[in-house]
Design a protein around this ligand. Structure first.
Ligand code: MSP
Length: 547
């Protein structure tokens, strides 16, 4: 294929996407990996579709919970957070996460950015000093009102002196201390106006409605500093106070694009506002209420979209989803899934079998089903059959594209018509199920085409040599297209398929052009290689479940 001149990077629009920053009091798990792969897939798709992408992930390292974990392990908080970094970095590397930056909230750039934010808050009059009294859930790092707490008590039938967290059910602590407050109550109207003007700010819609009615119910000022512990970012003008961990954490999205650093004003102007914050449904209030209010208070633009995904639940005996937990003994570790499906199978399963925005009930049986049906039988099988035939009938090579091949009628050409439009619409809307379906539909059409055109019969008839070349060429072109479409989800497999076709293995940055039918020039060596996705049997599933 002709090598195109590099595009002018400055001309590409920015696409800034973020994962939540993860608490480092626990190792990365299936849920945090899920948020991260959702972002990675989008980042890869956008790079291919011509955007200048910045994909950010990182760690949320402050707060009492982290300080407590450190103490329990006999370490200083800094030693503790440093010790957790490799667990995340290693898993992200294994899962082919292509983040452009990795932020840690203990980095000097973040401390500077949060302190700058404080000064802006003070100068613009959105904070004041008062006294905080209320209930605090240490594990969730969240404050609760009396109403929330009474509600929890009623539900759990607890005595009045032992309130529990309405979210996690663990005991709450009574806290009374001097605190700085953020005037969140002033933002009810601006937030409602903002939601009205940007109905696609929160996706999916069910979350939009949830957030909107929460804000309609009224907003109270938020206590955003603590004096009871010191593992946090001190206020520049009141050093006894450290920043409440959520206030600190949300600002990470600004820090990473240069906020608070006068030398990075251009970067901030180019990158902000972010296009998408991907979050789990449990943390949307922070991202859709507090964060926009903080940004409005600071005179900054609000991000374009907050995408809330569902929770991964384990499929119980009755087929319904249950929360994963150590005590129930039903938690699945990323390594178990990696052992069963490999990295590419892992990514494919989670990105295509868990419906966008909904909770997903996962099981090892279902993983093997999806892997076998789509990756082994449809896609992997197509690649090995076609490459074998090409190598056999064309002496280890692909047939060269003949005159008029690209325009000639074929069911594969029909199947590929307008695929870019359908695929890009689905992927851009985070509907990876529909995006992958485009590729699988092509693979299935190609498998059917093999049966119908019977290349083995054409190969026996010298007068049909051109038909044979056209059929195999069309199959190879379809494989090239599938590899392009699957690259955001299964990047290593797509690169491997390109290598087997003697094509460049770097993903395209002009997806529309790469999706056009008829580009494969052929006439180059093909590599048969091993099966891309060897079939899984019931024994493999049983072994994974027991590991
Ligand atoms: N530190 C905060 C985020 C601050 S962002 C400014 C936090 N961290 S977390 O480590 O608890 O996890 C964050 C992400 O993992 C959330 O998006 C959460 O929804 C996701 N998941 C945790 N368990 C999950 C599942 N079982 N399933 C899917 N995702 C879940 O919150």
């Amino acid at each position: 294929m002709a090598i195109e001149p590099a595009k002018d990077a400055a001309a590409k629009p920015s696409y800034y996407i973020t994962t939540p920053i993860y608490y480092c009091n626990a190792k990365p798990h299936l849920g945090t990996a899920y948020s991260t792969i959702v972002c990675d897939t989008q980042a890869r798709f956008r790079r291919m579709d011509g955007y200048d992408v910045k994909f950010l992930t990182g760690l949320d390292e402050h707060g009492q919970k982290v300080a407590d974990s450190a103490a329990a392990h006999g370490m200083t908080p800094q030693q503790w957070v440093d010790s957790m970094v490799p667990d995340f970095a290693d898993l992200w590397r294994t899962l082919e996460i292509s983040n452009d930056d990795f932020i840690r909230t203990t980095q000097p750039r973040h401390v500077r950015s949060v302190q700058h934010f404080w000064e802006v808050m003070r100068d613009r009059g959105y904070i004041y000093k008062g006294s905080y009294e209320g209930w605090y859930c240490v594990p969730e790092e969240t404050y609760f009102t009396e109403t929330d707490v009474r509600h929890a008590e009623a539900n759990k039938d607890r005595p009045a002196d032992a309130p529990v967290c309405p979210d996690c059910g663990r005991p709450l602590e009574r806290i009374s201390e001097e605190s700085w407050f953020f005037k969140l109550s002033e933002f009810q109207k601006p937030l409602l106006d903002f939601y009205d003007a940007h109905p696609d700010f929160i996706q999916p819609e069910i979350r939009y409605n949830e957030v909107r009615s929460f804000v309609e119910g009224g907003l109270k000022d938020l206590s955003v500093t603590r004096t009871s512990f010191d593992w946090g970012i001190p206020l520049p003008f009141d050093q006894r106070h450290v920043t409440y961990v959520w206030f600190d954490a949300l600002i990470n999205y600004l820090t990473a694009v240069g906020y608070g650093d006068p030398e990075k004003a251009d970067e901030l102007a180019f990158r902000w506002p972010a296009q998408t914050h991907v979050v789990g449904k449990d943390i949307i209030r922070f991202h859709c209420v507090i964060w926009p209010a903080m940004l409005m208070a600071a005179g900054l633009a609000v991000p374009e979209h907050v995408l809330a995904h569902g929770f991964l639940l384990v499929r119980g005996a009755d087929g319904r989803g249950e929360k994963m937990s150590k005590s129930r003994g039903n938690a699945i570790a990323p390594q178990q899934v990696l052992d069963l499906l490999g990295v590419e199978g892992y990514r494919y399963y989670f990105m295509t079998d868990v419906a966008h925005g909904a909770d997903g009930a996962i099981s090892f049986e279902r993983m093997a089903q999806v892997y076998n049906a789509d990756l082994a039988n449809s896609w992997g099988n197509l690649v090995s059959r076609t490459l074998n035939m090409s190598a056999k009938y064309f002496d280890g090579a692909s047939p060269a594209r003949g005159d008029g091949y690209a325009e000639r009628e074929s069911p594969l050409r029909d199947a590929a018509a307008d695929v870019y439009e359908r695929y890009a619409k689905a992927m851009g809307a985070f509907d990876y199920q529909a995006g992958a379906r485009e590729a699988m539909a092509l693979a299935e059409a190609a498998n059917l085409y093999i049966e119908q055109s019977a290349p083995w019969a054409l190969a026996k008839d010298p007068s049909r040599a051109d038909d044979l070349a056209f059929v195999i060429w069309g199959l190879l072109e379809t494989i090239r297209l599938c590899a392009v479409l699957l690259a955001p989800i299964t990047p290593a497999t797509s690169a491997e398929v390109m290598r087997r076709l003697s094509l460049p293995t770097e993903p395209t940055d002009d997806l529309r052009a790469a999706c056009a039918w008829g580009q494969f020039e052929g006439g180059s060596p093909v590599v048969k290689g091993d099966a891309l996705f060897p079939r899984l049997d019931a024994d493999a599933v049983a072994a994974a479940a027991q590991a």
